[in-house]
Ligand binder design. Structure first.
Ligand SMILES: [Zn+2]
Length: 382
């Protein structure tokens, strides 16, 4: 009986280690995509609120600041923002921001009406007023670090009838020359070889708000990655390893890998002490497995990852990919730091649009991915 109880206890403890991760992760994604965080961008203090939330999570798990003093690595960069009015009508029909149209991120604000001339099959313009309209099958927003002297909108073809002739707009913009923000950097010191470091990274910023009524929640991109990173941070804070395990939540990824570039130029740990860095960006799906960027660069580690996966049957597929400058691992790779960038495949197709929401994020392979990471990191420390 006693043995049975012990077994039951061990079973329950083992289960809770992993089974509790998913509800906690879903909760984190809900919070990071909530209205107050305003798409973790450049208006309404959205990004700063997300940063504070991450720091409070790190603190509650018992992690320490990477530099021993402050979780924040503060710096600034220029960015074009849209804090206010965002009204566009075409031929008398009012369009819905985010759903029917997006403003080109480099646009200057303007309140005007104009008539449009067709420039090519998808582009229309009022050259005198420097207004531009592009028709699109899918709207994909982004962030600009500069401001141009024209005002452009992209319109979902399905939201208007035929070629646009007249446009009316009232768009407010604010160019911020020095937007202050921070990478959030934490560490769990290694018990045996603390100057060998495994780094887990993910960007916490997203596109933010487009006008005063619309924000881009960024559930998969990259609330999912931050939730995943925080699960690992909680686990490693409770289970210190031989090596140090460091965590970096990058800012400014959507503005062009700004935060990770800054970190590699002002590293808080010696880059040569990083045994391996794993960056996660969009890990909320998984029915198609995962893709590993830099797989061909680090064949030994990629084989190790596959062996663990095959032995345990975690993910349906691990797709190898070569070098790519598509997320925050990139500048580390350029500096010679061994790194993978991992994202999940399949599931929802929302990307950089208002439909990337918590409610439809499937978290298909969340627990398997967690177990794969823990096992992989363990092997790296051998
Ligand atoms: Zn991303």
């Amino acid at each position: 009986m006693k043995h049975l109880l012990t077994l039951l206890f061990l079973f329950a403890a083992g289960r809770s280690l992993y089974a509790q991760d998913l509800p906690a992760a879903k909760n984190i994604v809900r919070q990071l995509t909530s209205k107050p965080m305003w798409g973790r961008g450049y208006t309404n203090q959205g990004m700063a609120k997300a940063a504070d939330f991450i720091i409070s999570e790190f603190r509650s798990f018992g992690l320490k600041p990477m530099d021993g003093k402050d979780f924040k690595q503060v710096f600034s960069f220029p960015v074009n923002t849209f804090p206010g009015k965002m009204h566009v009508s075409v031929d008398g029909n009012k369009l819905i921001p985010g759903k029917d149209f997006i403003v080109m991120p480099e646009s200057t604000g303007k309140k005007t009406m104009g008539s449009l001339r067709q420039m090519d099959s998808v582009t229309f313009a009022d050259p005198g007023q420097r207004l531009m309209v592009q028709l699109k099958d899918k709207l994909t927003w982004s962030v600009a670090k500069q401001q141009e002297d024209y005002t452009g909108v992209q319109i979902d073809k399905k939201s208007i009838l035929g070629a646009p002739k007249n446009i009316e707009m009232n768009i407010e913009n604010s160019f911020v020359a020095q937007f202050s923000t921070a990478n959030i950097c934490a560490i769990v010191k290694g018990s045996k070889i603390p100057d060998s470091i495994i780094v887990i990274s993910a960007h916490y910023d997203h596109l933010g708000g487009m006008g005063s009524e619309t924000y881009f929640p960024g559930a998969n991109d990259n609330a999912s990655g931050i939730a995943f990173l925080l699960s690992l941070a909680k686990y490693y804070a409770a289970h210190p390893q031989a090596y140090s395990i460091a965590f970096i939540c990058f800012t400014g990824e959507e503005a062009g890998l700004v935060g990770s570039k800054y970190f590699t130029e002002h590293p808080l740990i010696p880059l040569e002490q990083i045994r391996f860095l794993i960056n996660v960006d969009m890990v909320g799906t998984g029915e198609g497995g995962i893709t590993v960027v830099n797989a061909t660069l680090h064949a030994k580690e990629f084989a190790l990852l596959n062996k663990i996966n095959d032995d345990n049957k975690y993910l349906s597929k691990i797709n190898p990919r070569g070098k790519a400058a598509n997320s925050d691992h990139y500048f580390f790779t350029e500096k010679g730091v061994p790194a993978f960038f991992i994202y999940t495949m399949g599931g929802i197709s929302a990307y950089h649009d208002v439909f990337d929401v918590a409610a439809t994020l499937p978290f298909t392979e969340y627990n398997d991915l967690f177990k794969l990471f823990v096992a992989f990191n363990k092997e790296l420390m051998k």
